[in-house]
Design a protein around this ligand. Structure first.
Ligand SMILES: Cc1ncc(COP(=O)(O)O)c(C=O)c1O
Length: 390
């Protein structure tokens, strides 16, 4: 007799940290600097383009399964203009309901049961459930504070003849670091040596500061053929609610992802794709303004943390910063997050959830804050967090 309940493949998953923190924040009226969810709107002309698409009467039915041609063209053009990558817009691009789905269908379409997949931690929290649902085994390589770099020998040791893929994310959530060309080259060399593919989540590629440069791992010699690169309109155009993402790469790998997504979502929101296609047509001044906006917010966030007495390293990219609270609080990151929400009234994320349980101690003194918020929200957080100094 089978009892009602969950399938074994999802039984261990629980609730995502973002849902948990959002609920707790609401309950306690906390200023929410937890989830990377802007509290201001994206570009109005992108919104207008989607509204026009809705009203046109031509976009309220299924979009073509792989995406609408003008968006696929925009994605390929972006890769060509910014990174000199030659992407086939017709067969080398797949539009998906968000980057999370792009990652999931890439895993499902490219990884077999019994394969090993290297995961650099802290990791985006969808990677491991995806790998497990594919019947594969995650192999962890940790980044170490304070600079959040990997030990080359630990990375080398993670590769074996069972390794099929590595999940790579740069600019890195939650550490705010941008991997250097040398770091990426080491990953690439190991992938080439062991015949491993890369699922490259580069969703924060437009969010860079100072002299940081984003190097797509697909642009390194010999790597395009073995890399699928994931992007997100939630990050590039600040429209997280639209859930438009994409993956591009060599047509044979993209076809694997496509075969999987055909039977999960089949096609992606049509009018929102028209809006995002318009976003790609806005030109490079958009990205300059976007970076300038976040440059100011990063400075404000650093002031918030300094005012609260926390130590942190200036992020090179993304809208996240890791802050060390060990001078202020006796307890781990989960206890501090609880304290922050219930006593201080500001939410953050305990990054230990982005590590495998055996490695959670690595980040026990840090929490992640996001600065994708109105300046007023950040100032309100600053006011509340001054209490932390006692
Ligand atoms: C590394 C990384 N990948 C993927 C995503 C998800 O993007 P989307 O909202 O488009 O699914 C995020 C969002 O926080 C992320 O940080």
């Amino acid at each position: 007799m089978s009892a009602p309940g969950y399938a074994r493949r999802v039984a261990g998953f629980g609730t995502t940290i973002f849902a948990e923190i959002n609920n707790l924040s609401l309950q306690h009226g906390a200023v929410n600097l937890g989830q990377g969810r802007p509290d201001f709107d994206g570009p109005q002309e992108v919104v207008e383009a989607a509204i026009n698409a809705l009203r046109s009467g031509n976009c309220n039915q299924y979009a073509p399964g792989r995406g609408i041609p003008q968006l696929m063209e925009g994605i390929a053009q972006h890769a060509a203009v910014f990174y000199d990558l030659e992407v086939d817009p017709e067969n080398g691009v797949l539009v998906t309901p968000g980057a999370t789905e792009a990652i999931f269908c890439s895993i499902m379409g490219l990884i077999d049961p019994g394969d090993e997949v290297i995961v650099i931690e802290p990791f985006y929290d969808s990677y491991v459930p995806g790998i497990e649902m594919a019947g594969a085994t995650p192999i962890y390589v940790s980044l170490h504070p304070p600079d959040w770099v990997f030990e080359p020998d630990e990375l080398r040791a993670a590769f074996s003849d069972r390794t099929r893929a590595i999940m790579n994310n740069t600019p890195k959530n939650p550490t705010g670091r941008v991997f250097t060309r040398a770091e990426l080259q080491l990953i690439a060399d190991l992938c080439l040596k062991h015949d491993v593919i890369v699922i490259a989540a580069e969703v924060y590629e437009p969010l860079l500061f100072d002299n940081a440069r984003h190097v797509p791992i697909a642009s390194l010699p010999g790597m395009f053929e073995r890399t699928v690169t994931v992007g997100s309109a939630g990050k590039t155009f600040g429209m997280t609610g639209w859930k438009i993402g994409w993956v591009y790469g060599p047509p044979d790998l993209i076809t694997g992802a496509w075969r999987s997504i055909q039977f999960t979502s089949f096609a992606t929101n049509h009018p929102a794709q028209v809006g995002v296609a318009h976003g790609f047509a806005m030109g490079s001044s958009y990205y300059e303004e976007y970076q300038a906006l976040y440059h100011g917010k990063r400075a404000l966030m650093m002031d918030v943390l300094a005012g609260a007495g926390m130590k942190s390293i200036l992020p090179q990219g993304t809208y996240f910063v890791m802050a060390d609270f060990s001078d202020l609080f006796d307890g781990d990151d989960v206890a501090f997050t609880q304290h922050m929400i219930t006593e201080i009234g500001v939410s953050c994320i305990p990054p230990s959830v982005f590590f495998t349980p055996e490695h959670r101690h690595i980040t026990k003194d840090h929490v992640r804050f996001t600065f994708c918020k109105n300046d007023d929200t950040l100032l309100q957080a600053a006011e509340r967090m001054r209490k932390l100094r006692g």
